[in-house]
Design a protein around this ligand. Structure first.
Ligand code: SF4
Length: 319
């Protein structure tokens, strides 16, 4: 704004900021998935990932672009295979910091989108952090992003993913919008979930499935199970009947995601043969399942890895 006095500019800038996230690194994969590392105003880092539906993204805009956003710096839930929780929880993101991940990506690509359209059509709340542990700020952010006067992203195009916070799933079922729900399952029995997801000791599978049924009794649309397939941990076909039973009971689609190896963690991606066998066994049981060819395997795509790398760089530089 060039038409206001300097004193007023200074006063305004002490109250308001235009963006709460600053791009530090943009990393692209050969298959066009792009990962962004943002610096927040207090020096913390978070990540977002842009996943275009079509490889024609570079050159002409395809019609669907999904952005995966973070909701916390770090994570307190300590899933054993996850890079985001490796250094514990730092803080919740404010609503503006969630919204600004969307706006900042759109600003970066605004020249590629014509005709007044917006770039981001779908959102997945599956980045760093447990979204439902930051419930109020998340809902404030999503309700704004969903509004016609804002990003106008349809509620059914917004998927909230949780590792299984039962009280918040029930609370979510009482809010008016039709956001989609995804459960980060990663194990179809308590035995397996207990080993890799500490949340399961508090909210077992039976409590979780009861909560999801309450959610489904109030909301339309199917839910999704996210199942990261980890070698020797949860990729045995003994998990398949349990997964099929849960999927049948909750009418859930299953996304099988081969694990992205994380530096410093002992977990590994299963071989292509194991992945295919697991998928085949699921399909044979009549489960609606897809095997995600992880688009970002070559860009530290497991959530939290870019941030960890940046923090290690800062440590080694004595910052
Ligand atoms: S998988 Fe999700 S809930 Fe678990 S530690 Fe990682 S970010 Fe947190």
């Amino acid at each position: 704004m060039g038409n206001i006095p300097d004193g007023l500019k200074r006063k305004l800038s002490s109250y308001f900021t235009f963006s709460s996230v600053k791009l530090v690194r943009k990393q692209g994969a050969i298959d066009t998935t792009l990962k962004f590392l943002w610096k927040l105003s207090d020096g913390q880092y978070v990540e977002s990932v842009l996943i275009p539906a079509s490889p024609s993204f570079y050159g002409e805009a395809s019609d669907r672009h999904t952005l995966c956003v973070s909701t916390q710096v770090g994570c307190a839930y300590g899933c054993k295979f996850c890079a985001s929780g490796l250094e514990g929880f730092k803080r919740n993101l404010k609503p503006g910091e969630v919204i600004d991940q969307v706006l900042a990506v759109e600003t970066l690509f605004k020249k590629r989108v014509s005709g007044g359209k917006r770039l981001i059509t779908n959102l997945v709340i599956m980045g760093m952090g447990e979204p439902l542990a930051n419930y109020d700020n998340l809902l404030d952010a999503l309700n704004i992003l969903n509004s016609k006067w804002s990003a106008n992203i349809g509620a059914r195009k917004i998927t909230i993913s949780t590792s299984g916070l039962v009280p918040q799933i029930i609370k979510l079922s009482d809010q008016p919008r039709q956001y989609r729900l995804a459960i980060s399952l990663h194990g179809a029995t308590d035995e397996v979930r207990d080993k890799i997801m500490p949340i399961n000791r508090k909210y077992s599978l039976s409590k979780l499935t009861d909560a999801v049924e309450i959610y489904q009794s109030k909301k339309k649309g199917s839910i999704t199970f996210e199942y990261i397939l980890i070698d020797g941990i949860n990729d045995g076909v003994d998990q398949v009947p349990h997964l099929a039973m849960l999927s049948d009971r909750l009418r859930a689609k299953v996304n099988i995601i081969p694990y992205n190896n994380v530096e410093g963690l002992r977990y590994k991606r299963p071989s292509a043969t194991s992945q295919e066998s697991f998928m085949k066994a699921l399909i044979d049981k009549g489960v609606r399942a897809t095997l995600r060819r992880e688009k970002g395997h070559d860009i530290d795509a497991a959530c939290g890895q870019l941030r960890l790398r940046k923090e290690k760089e800062l440590d080694s530089n004595g910052n």
